[in-house]
Every structure is written in C-alpha cells, then in structure tokens.
Design a protein around this ligand. Sequence first.
Ligand code: C2E
Ligand code: CA
Ligand code: CA
Length: 563
Amino acid sequence: MIAANKLYHRHLVLIVDDQEINRDVLGVILEDNYDLLYAPDGQKAMELIRQYHDKLSIILLDLMMPVMDGFEVLDQLSSDQLLRNIPVIVLTAEKNAELKALKAGALDFITKPFDMHEVILARVKRIIELSDGQQLIRNAEKDPISGLYSRNFFKEYVERIYSYQSNMHMDAIVLNIDHFHSINNLNGRIFGDKVLQKIGDVITCFLNDVYGIASRLEADYYYIYCEHQEDYDSILELFQSAISESFPNTAIILRMGVKPWKDELDPFVMFDRAKTACDMMRGNYVTHLMIFNESMLQKEIYNQRLLNDLRSALDEHQFIVFYQPKYNIQCDPPKLSSAEALIRWKHPELGMISPGDFIPLFESYGLIHFIDEYVWNEAARQIAKWRDELGFTLPMSVNLSRTDIFDSNLEQKLLVIINKNGLTPDSMKLEVTESAYTDNANQLISVIEKLRMDGFQIEMDDFGSGYSSLNMLSSLPIDVLKIDMKFIQNIHQGSKEFRLVELILDIARYLNVPVVAEGVETQEQCDLLRGSGCELVQGYFFSRPLPPQDFEPLIHKEIALNR
Ligand code: C2E
Ligand code: CA
Ligand code: CA
C-alpha cells in the first residue's frame, strides 16, 4: 500500500477510531482516492505516525478511545517538531468536544454518525490541499537561484551545528562578487542570475568534500559554515577558476572574508567578522582574500558607538518616525486605509542611519524596547494630531519586537499611550513577525489574546518567512496577514512566485483574514494582486515611507476623494 503511495503519488491517510465499524465506513468512503492506514487507539496511532510521518498527508482522529484518547494524540503531535505539520481532522459525536479539539490544534471536524460521503471527501481534500500549499511555501525557502539554503534555514542549521556538534571546529566564510551591480547592469539580469547560480554550484561542489552548509544570505553574499580549513588561498582559487572558466568573456572577481574557528565564539559573531573582513576589500583591486584579525574591529567599534549613543539620541529626539501608507486596492480609486510607522535615526555626526543597521543590534542587546516605545508614542501622537487638525483618523501599524511580547507591562504601556492621546485601540495595529510566533508559541498566544480583547488588531508580519504550520496558524489569534516582500518582488503572470502568492491568499481566505502585500513596486505587481483578491498593498509603488509633513498631502487627497 505504501509502495503504491509512492508510485502514484496518492496521499496517505491515517484513520484512528476504536470502533471497527467507523474505520470501515471511512475506509469505504476514502479508498478510491487515498491510500489508507488504520489504528484502533491513540497509542497505535502514534506508532504509525512516527513510522510514516514523512508520507502521511492527514489524520482522521476519533477523540474518545481506550488506551490513549485523541486529545493526548493532538497534544503529542503539537509538541513534536517533526509531527506538528501533519493536519488533523477530528471525528466526534459530541458538540462540546469540537471546540476543544480545534483549540488543541485540529483543523476541522467530521461529525458522527457519518452520513454525507461527499462532504467528508470534500473536507479531507480541502485540508490536504491547504496543507500541501503550506509545504510548497516552506520549500520555497531554498533559494531557487543558487540552490543553497535560504536565510532562515541556514540560520537554524548553523545554530544546530553549533549547539549539538560543539566538538566540530567550524569556520565562517563570506564570499562576495566584486562590482556585481555593474555586472548585472552591463550584462542583464539573466546573466547575473547565471553567475549567482554558478557560484551556488561551485560551493555545493566544495561542500561535497568538506563538511558544512551554505546560503546566499542576501543579493551576492554567500555564507559558508564549514569545518576548519588551513589553506584559504586555494579555496578561493578553486572558486575563482571555476567561475572564470564558466564566464571567459566577463571579468568576475570573487572576494572572500574568513573568520577562522575560535573556541566559544557564536557563529553569527563569526559571520559578522568574516563579512567585515570581506567588505574591507571593497575598492581594493589587489587583495581578494582577507582573514579577520583583531585590528579589524571597526564595525564592532561602530556598533559600540551606536549602543553608547542610544540614550542621548532618545533624549535629543534624533529618532524620527516615517509613515508608509497602505492602500485598499479593491477600491477604485485605491483607498488610503492605514499606515506603518517606521523608525529612522538622524545621527548628528554619522548622518541618516537605516533601521537595518541598528534594530538587530539593539534587539540583540535587549534595548529595542526603548525604540519601540518611542515609536508607539510618536505614532499615537501623530494619529491624534491628524485627527484634530485634519479631521481624519488614520489607523497606524507599529512594529513589536519579540522581546516586547515578553514584557509583562506591555499591555499596560500600550493602553496608557492610547488613553493619553484619546484614542481607541482599534486605531493602533500591532505587527508581529511570523518567526516570533514559532519561537515561543504558547506564551505569545496568551499575550496576543489579551491585547486583542482590549481591541488591538494583530498583523502577522513577514508571513512566509517563518515556520508556522497550518495547524498552528488556524489556532493563532491574528487579524491580518502581511506577505513577506520576497514573495512579491518576482511575481509575473504564470510565474512560480505568483502561484505561491495565490497559495498564501488561499490560506488567508481559509483563516478568514485580509492580506497586506508588502514591497509592491510596480503597476504589474499591483494589478496581479488586485486580480487575485489581495485587499491591501504597501510599497514604493504607492509611496516610500515619508516624514509626517510629506505624508499629509496623501491624507488631504483622501479627504478630497471622500467629499
Ligand atoms: P518591516 O517591518 O518588514 O518594514 C518594511 C520595510 O520594507 C521598511 O524598511 C520599508 O521601508 C521597506 N519597504 C517598503 N516598501 C518597499 C518596497 O516597495 N520595496 C522595497 N525594496 N522595500 C520596501 P525599513 O524602514 O528600512 O525597515 C526595516 C525593518 O526594520 C522593518 O521591516 C522592521 O523589521 C524594522 N523596523 C523599522 N522600524 C521599527 C520599529 O519601530 N521597531 C522595530 N522593532 N522594528 C522596526
Ligand atoms: Ca513591519
Ligand atoms: Ca514586513
């Protein structure tokens, strides 16, 4: 039966029920379309689930059973990394149990006694489709251009190697292409992609012989985490000659920064240093390999500077909040619906500093709440100001960092800000990144539930970049899904990326929440999204993030339209 599953790609369904008659009835309903496994109780079911976890498409689970009941099975599934993505439909005769089962992570239920066969088939089919869609989105996390791990997977695996294989001595290597930007401009993007792909191939080939993993972490930066090497010159030479051979008519020069293994050093600190070394060769036409040495602490010194200056920056109002509009594109003309508050740092000596440079830094030092609270206050003040001066209440999204969520005073702080400005919580939306949900789901959910009861709306930010499962999503308290920018950037009619966006929209419909597409830059992207039912759009196509005085005309325009 399992072999058939592999051969014909039939989905495998596990039916768990202590009543033989129930197992038989479901079997008859499903056998034409699915391969089936049966278990008479939870314990036997768990054995089969562990054995077939990578082949199982869905579990139909009775709740009341001897030996181990269905709730216990749901519990065991949700606490197991490997198993928690397998969707479950519960079989129940009791109305009360349904809610409890849905809360415990089941996606749907079928009531007993079984009648309408078509309904049962349709439910099973629908849940499998949704879950397959999620899997596809997750798989898309392997960078399609280089074939290497994408960012999140890479980070996760590096952490694992670091924690569980601490006896391994691993180097951090950062590889970059000199002037890739010009190569792209001169030869076109298709050529640029070929170069990126070839480098991915060369690294993969290297890692066939040397223990390690790699990722194209951003644009033309490749990160390699591999067992300690002695001769970096010949590694670079190996990469360089393979690339020169493949592109004999174009000068493509690789740069390599290395932070060799050192006891007790966090791998991402090592990568920071390898990248610092790599970036130091910018504009240097002679040296292409740099090994980090302790005198190269400039970046770290810079970071130290930012950390030191935080206090005075707050006191002296060096932080400015910019606002980026979100438009409802299902209206004609598109309607201004809300905005996202985004921080900028206007440093008196270092100039404009982008949040990418200081948010992660402050996050890792546990200082981010200073920034966030500053932004929440500013944003609330701005909503009230526009309400009073322009007669227009513009709802505003602010970003929450994962550490904010574990601050026991969070709810209180937000309510004070709301009250102080005479607002209601529905004018403040809270953006929480998807990956925060997977870190510590239970605690997060209870915090978020409380905030929602107060009337705040929760937007899941960067959706598609994390690991949440369909099971988890359906029990998560969220009001809006924000599709991660990377899904939007390459969409075209008929493209794989567009299909993924459509899948996310399907999932959002199933969850019954509206979707914001972020990073929309072109008319084509906007049209595709509108056509597939996406409601809200944010991105340079409508506007960059703007300081408040430049945002005001957008409000005036909206007021004029509504007149
Ligand atoms: P995010 O929350 O995902 O914010 C969206 C980022 O995408 C913003 O970058 C925005 O300027 C940029 N963006 C918007 N439309 C487009 C587009 O069409 N194309 C492209 N390429 N980019 C677009 P920004 O302002 O640099 O912020 C970067 C990240 O910094 C944010 O990502 C967020 O994670 C963090 N951040 C910003 N402000 C705050 C804050 O007040 N608190 C916290 N905790 N994080 C913040
Ligand atoms: Ca955001
Ligand atoms: Ca985002």
